[in-house]
Design a protein around this ligand. Sequence first.
Ligand code: CA
Length: 506
Amino acid sequence: MATDTITTKTVRVADHREPAFQHVDDIAAADERIAAYRARHGGRKPNVLVVLMDDVGWGDFGCYGGGVAVGAPTPHIDRLATAGLRLTSCYSEPSCTPSRASLLTGRLPMRHGLQRPPMYGEKGGLQGEVTLAELLSTAGYVTQAVGKWHLGENVESQPQHVGFDDFYGFLSVSDMYTEWRDPYFFPEIVYSEERTKWIENQPFNKCFVHATRGAALENVEEVTIPVLSRLDDMWATYSIAFLRRMAAEAQPWLLYHCTRGAHFDNYPHERFLGKSPAKHPYKDTLIELDDIVGRLVETLRATGQLDHTLVFVSSDNGPEMETWPDAAYSPFRCAKGSTWEGGQRVPGILAWPGMIEPGRASDGLFSQMDLFPTALALAGADDTAPEDRYIDGVDQSSFLLAPDGASNRKYLYYWLGRTFSALRVGEYKFMMASISDDDRDVLNPGGFTGVSQKYPYGRLYNLYLDPKETRSYLIRKLAYLESFQSGARNHLATFKKYPPKVVVGL
Ligand code: CA
């Protein structure tokens, strides 16, 4: 049932947990649904499939207004959205690594310390954090990670040491494997023997790898450009084999499938090359990603696992505009790297036949961090979340499972590295600092290129009237000021008891 998000109070159940709404009717409806599910299936816990895409925009999919309109139809993803819940205010962090670490730990980058991506073998990763994979593993799940990792190359931060039984993918990010091999981008390396040798000797892994829990990883194949174009296909095949295998097992599972695409630079698989109406590498890649979602969902259906699986499809950040036109589409302001909506508002589709009402759409706030407590709750393992650290994620199981459930999240906090940037509540976003994407001071508008700026009085945007965040509404809306400021103050106060951490900082 819808309640007013600005005036309704939240409940803080413990010092280390983010306060949340307690929608009593939704909770009762969801409890009833989950109890019936467990009774029907002998206490079975649901599987969790996360398909996390890379740098795919809020507007890319047909069900978000993209698809055919932007030269890349996405029928499989659109069908999945129709079968479940389409979130219009699903949020990532501003870039790859911070988002991925937040999704797996339920914690903001200021807590897990990965405030920007480690690049080219740079030290630092997920080590020391408690992941969803580890907790679900303790709860009896088989845990599989496939595809992009980018949460640290150091041994302690590798997937098989932070909760995953098996990993098949690469440790870093797409461009790092290929940009220096492509004469279009790096002629000064490709055509220089000295520089080619120099980069080959840099201490980062140039292969995609396989690893099993606790063991040393092994290189599968060096990621040259032709290999890169086949990665998403190979990774999908690996995940499909996992799903088929698990159909015969009694154990529930977590599959964390992270695609290579559509991060720059895109070299489409030959089956998809030139196949999108746009005929552009980014768009060709997008139709392959849609095809992969279709293959994964079809495998679940064909093996009788679809009714037992919560599927979440999302992207780790907004468009990378510094590489345009190899870039996503978003109707919002600015891009990846920024705390404008264009940086953090991403597609979010949740489906679970028989459990999530089909055809729903909601603008309720949902952070990818919320998956952590939500998946634990659905697994009946919410009491296993760590108590020695702050958890920013909010249990959204009643939002998902109640037929017309409302979000349990009141505030969305935006952090630009170590700078507190903004807070959203309802349709309002109160901003204290941001990256400027003003074309007078940014040559190529994008989140990583801009200058940082602070607003001494703050700025207020109404995201319903002004989704592009162009006009501060603050002076006409001062009645809200104290409530937004106190929301920010209470959030910042949590860092006194739970001090911030910096592993890879900004
Ligand atoms: Ca990304």
